[in-house]
Design a protein around this ligand. Structure first.
Ligand code: PLP
Ligand code: COI
Length: 340
């Protein structure tokens, strides 16, 4: 076990010992290779560097109450990486290669898996990078698939405490028929300015409105949005948001708890009627939202007054993290055990 201040881990980069790489060259994928270097040697004309031909994923491994290591829903991340690859004409990564690289990134870095009880986890970052040289705008002939691991704590420093978010209409994260539904680097580049401004103005993140009408909520910069009212779990349906695996899991849990699931357009005007609201994602887990400032009008919509997560958000959080840490029966079969 490494000498790391596990309880105070943030969502930052901590060097681990090994990462795993696989190259697509001459029309085929090679073998998964182990590397102890933090660097990638890439051609200066690589399509990822010029034309944003790159995609990534984010998933977590958890040290459970029983000491076992669980990886959460990795096949869903693989499927989403397939969709990202398809969307920007990259070579898709075979499932077995994705699995081998993810499992090895955990198994060769076990000393970096935060101990049970600290709340931390080992974050895996699979990346698919257009590495072949092109100068004209066209897809690369060569790709690098790489998985690195890093121990992480909460994405928002508040952890599971309500945060304030800022609704921005003057920036778009993704175009209606663009790439918002897949996890490609360009979406995040497009969200940086709004995100930075939200931080500078005292908010944890930006909530983006839909780019076309600016009437609906799309999602937060790094996470999906959900609201709860009148026994319903309501989450935006939009072609320009990332289909979150956490949100998908929460919908199943919410339904089993007796909430009615509504996946539909969510009007910005509806926010004030929510009894609870939150942002959800692998990094954010559930981040309850206490207040949303509409930056354009200056109006502050208060959702939680007492600074505490609402009862439904608390239940959802307890069950989701309970499954991930082996405290609650995984009746959905979401976790894969990793022999370490
Ligand atoms: N939305 C965006 C823009 C994200 O970057 C993420 C993180 O992956 C999510 C939503 C949440 O998705 P997931 O729950 O699959 O991590
Ligand atoms: C994740 O939740 O895994 C993400 O990728 C979100 C963010 C760090 C970009």
């Amino acid at each position: 076990m490494k000498n790391i201040d596990w309880k105070n881990l943030s969502f930052g980069y901590v060097k681990t010992d090994y990462n795993f790489r696989c190259y697509y060259r001459n029309g085929q994928w090679g073998k998964v290779e182990m590397s102890s270097s933090e660097m990638v040697d890439i051609h200066m004309a690589a399509t990822a560097l010029h034309y944003g031909q790159d995609a990534f994923e984010g998933l977590k491994a958890y040290r459970g109450k029983d000491g076992k290591v669980r990886l959460f829903r990795w096949e869903e991340n693989w499927k989403r990486l397939q969709k990202s690859a398809e969307a920007i004409l990259m070579q898709p990564v075979p499932k077995e290669i994705f699995k081998e690289a993810c499992f090895k990134a955990i198994q060769y870095n076990t000393e970096y898996i935060p101990p049970y009880g600290t709340g931390g986890s080992l974050y895996l970052r699979p990346m698919l990078v257009g590495s072949g040289a092109k100068v004209g705008v066209s897809p690369a002939d060569e790709y690098l698939f790489l998985v690195f691991a890093t121990p992480v704590g909460p994405y928002f420093k508040e952890g599971f405490k309500p945060v304030k978010m800022q609704l921005a209409r003057d920036f778009d994260r993704a175009a209606p028929l663009g790439t918002g539904h897949v996890k490609v680097g360009g979406n995040y580049a497009a969200s940086l300015r709004a995100g930075q401004r939200a931080h500078d103005e005292g908010f944890a993140a930006t909530i983006f409105a839909d780019a076309k009408t600016k009437m609906y909520i799309d999602e937060a910069g790094p996470a999906n949005f959900f609201g709860i009212k009148e026994g319903k779990y309501i989450t935006p349906d939009s072609g320009s948001i990332l289909p979150s695996i956490t949100n998908m899991s929460l919908r199943d849990i919410a339904q089993d708890l007796g909430l009615v699931i509504e996946r539909r357009h969510v009007l910005i005007d509806e926010i004030e009627s929510f009894e609870e609201a939150g942002a959800c994602g692998t990094a954010a887990v559930i981040s309850p939202i206490s207040l949303i400032q509409d930056r354009e009008t200056g109006k502050e919509i208060i959702i939680s007054k007492d600074g505490k997560p609402g009862p439904w958000s608390q239940k959802l959080y307890n069950i989701l993290t309970g499954i991930q840490f082996g405290e609650v029966e995984d009746k959905y079969n979401w976790c894969s055990f990793v022999e370490c």
